[in-house]
Design a protein around this ligand. Sequence first.
Ligand SMILES: [Zn+2]
Length: 308
Amino acid sequence: MRATRRRRFDLSAVSELLLAVPTVLSSLLVVTLLGKPVTPQSPWLFPVLWLVSGVIAFLPVTDGALAWLVHRLRRPTPSESQVLVPLLESVCDTASVDPRRYRLWIQNSREINAMAVGGRVVGVSTAALSLPPRQLEAVLAHEVGHHLAGHTRASLLRWWYELPARLAVLLAFALGWGVLEAGAALKTRPAMVTSLVLVAALAVVAVAVSPWVLLLPVIAPLLALTSRRAELRADRVAAELGYGPLLLEVLQRWRNEGHDVLRARAGLRARMLASHPSCTQRISKLYETRTAPEPKLGGRQSLKPTEA
Ligand SMILES: [Zn+2]
């Protein structure tokens, strides 16, 4: 009997949401402060409406808008659909999920790449279409793995609820920059001192409204770590569906193309903030998965590695 993979937030998705709590509290404060003069009789109205607005993260139209506007993806041509649809259907059949749930989008790029966006979008670069079909299917399985584990939905929710706090900080930076520029333009000592005092006051207000800014040096690497764990988790889902050997082929190909060399040159800070693990780590984790009990999924391949 075929195993059904249920969609639910896994540990990586939950961790990402928990790490967002300080920023979301700052957003709540920003929304409350903005709403107070508008609805003085009901100060709770704006915060409640804003909390309810998180429902947009679950609407199909949001996924499409993000794919188009933020990730600059486009819908596939008939010939691209002809290649991708049967592969996605095969992945979904293996995972026992409805393929109509997902929407295929294309990224015009010479780099082999794929992405999951929101709750439904599976994006593939034009270069990835040149992969052997079974390898491309494994790449799609990894992206479906992100959706099944709730990774991209959690990211979308976090982005939405962090937006007011981020905009407030951005506004404070813009105001501070404007005040400093004005002080410098006047070219007098009192003007310079006044502008510095104003910027310091602005910084105090910004930190009071968005104290999460102070936690950023800690939160940013933790979020990156969560993202890297999500990648390994999506690899694992793909492997459990029987795509381990094919995913290994793709990762070995990327490693041979020098992805890890570029990463090693990036320095410690960049590696700590990297959203993806190295190909070497992903390959080694996939090999480790082989020691786990063989998933009882009909017609799956074993996780025996193959050479690229
Ligand atoms: Zn991924």
